[in-house]
Write a protein that binds this ligand. Structure first.
Ligand code: SF4
Length: 413
């Protein structure tokens, strides 16, 4: 049986954001890692190249996508169904909108794939798919390494991704990780080290939704990474900056880039979103601690919280510059189905669009509380103009040359 795994992705602001920050996507690589070798396997990641269904033939096509890519995912599902392939839809959007997804596919797979994958493949081989496969949390000690031959590291600019953990203990209102992956579960450190040792690149994304949530595990992981002499990127919270031992261990093990959710300077918005642990008044010294270890800080600037007024855009641009954020991109809060934010807007009857393609971080798809949709969309643009103004960019570059050296600074866009 020939299986084709596709990460569907339509051209959008969301896609550009993901592409700029992403290595291999977890969805198709996790499914590929779980697939027994006797099956013929093909993989496509539309984040890097679009698929032409006329040129792909497979007995089973499994599509994964997040909400902003749902229209594209359904388009591909219909095209492959017409060609006679069995079609399964899985991933983030399908997990929270399974009835909708089932209109376009023979079967819908919700949650993590590993515990239902063998059954699903067996049923597909018998051309007897069930309408629904309900994935449960995988045993992290039983995961195989991601295959590296179907899509290579070169296609991700030599960045590779190694899974460290799934889940997060926090429950931020706009995030779907808690709903999808639950509390944090870790892979055994030797499995991670073995996987990295076999890679053909030294630039790794240590994939975790909250890399340093378990301090002891993180310290052990960083210690084990040291001899490998890699450079790595990861996602964590600002709390790492308050822990000199952890920060030092991260830097020694090759940390070069941290994605840290700061989101907004509005204390009230942070508190209501469940991110009260981000204290705006401490961020300048916290980011300075991270910079002192040669680590770049990237964060999103989310707009459209109920506490935001039209002044928030310039305020955020000035604040982010002042506290030393190196890289950022503005995003209008996306009400992902499955998030608390989506539920709130639905209950308050404030959702304005059912076109998933507009849930991309560039469109106001809900009625903001203290401004118009037009102000929200224009304001995100205004933020970029201020944060990336000639004078602010120049002064930031000078500071970065001091913190990271010229070569690294030139790579930061
Ligand atoms: S935004 Fe980050 S900290 Fe908050 S729940 Fe999601 S993964 Fe956890």
């Amino acid at each position: 049986m020939k299986i084709c795994l596709i990460k569907a992705s339509a051209p959008s602001y969301f896609k550009d954001y993901k592409k700029a920050r992403g290595g291999p996507p977890q969805s198709i690589f996790s499914a590929a890692a779980a697939t027994p070798r006797h099956f013929q396997l093909e993989m496509h990641d539309e984040t890097i190249r679009m698929v032409d269904p006329r040129k792909v033939t497979a007995d089973l096509v499994v599509l994964f996508f997040a909400t902003p890519d749902a229209n594209r995912g359904y388009e591909l599902a219909s095209a492959f169904s017409e060609k006679g392939s069995q079609v399964v839809i899985g991933g983030l959007h399908a997990t929270f909108m399974p009835d909708e997804a089932s209109e376009y596919a023979d079967a819908v797979m919700t949650g993590e794939c590993e515990n239902v994958w063998d059954e699903l493949l067996q049923d597909a081989q018998n051309r007897d798919l069930k309408p629904r496969y309900t994935g449960t949390y995988a045993d992290m000690s039983k995961l195989n390494p991601y295959p590296r031959h179907l899509i290579t590291a070169e296609q991700y600019n030599w960045e590779w991704s190694v899974l460290v953990s799934r889940g997060c203990k926090h429950n931020c209102s706009f995030c779907i990780i808690p709903g999808m992956l639950g509390k944090t579960r870790y892979r055994p450190i030797p499995d991670i080290i073995n996987e990295i040792s076999e890679m053909e690149t030294d630039w790794v994304e240590l994939h975790a939704d909250h890399l340093t949530e378990d301090r002891d595990y993180a310290l052990e992981l960083f210690k084990a990474l040291e001899p490998l002499k890699i450079r790595w990127a990861g996602e964590t919270t600002i709390r790492i900056a308050d822990d000199p031992e952890l920060l030092e261990a991260a830097a020694r093990s090759g940390a070069k880039y941290l994605l840290i959710g700061i989101e907004t300077p509005s204390k009230a918005a942070l508190k209501r979103a469940g991110k009260g642990f981000v204290k705006p008044e401490n961020l300048k010294s916290q980011i300075s601690n991270i910079h002192a270890h040669g680590i770049i800080v990237d964060t999103t600037a989310i707009f459209g919280f109920d506490e935001h007024t039209p002044e928030i855009f310039i305020e955020t641009a000035k604040f982010y510059h002042e506290i030393g954020v190196d890289i950022t991109a503005p995003a209008i809060a996306i009400p992902f189905p499955g998030s608390r934010f989506y539920k709130q807007l639905e209950q308050e009857d404030r959702l304005l669009s059912d076109n998933w393609g507009e849930y991309d971080g560039a469109h106001a798809v809900y009625q903001p509380k203290n401004m118009s949709c037009e102000e929200l969309e224009a304001g995100a643009e205004e933020f970029s103009q201020h944060f990336y103004s000639v004078s602010r960019s120049a002064s930031r570059k000078l500071r970065q040359i001091k913190d990271f050296g010229l070569a690294t600074t030139l790579q930061i866009s």
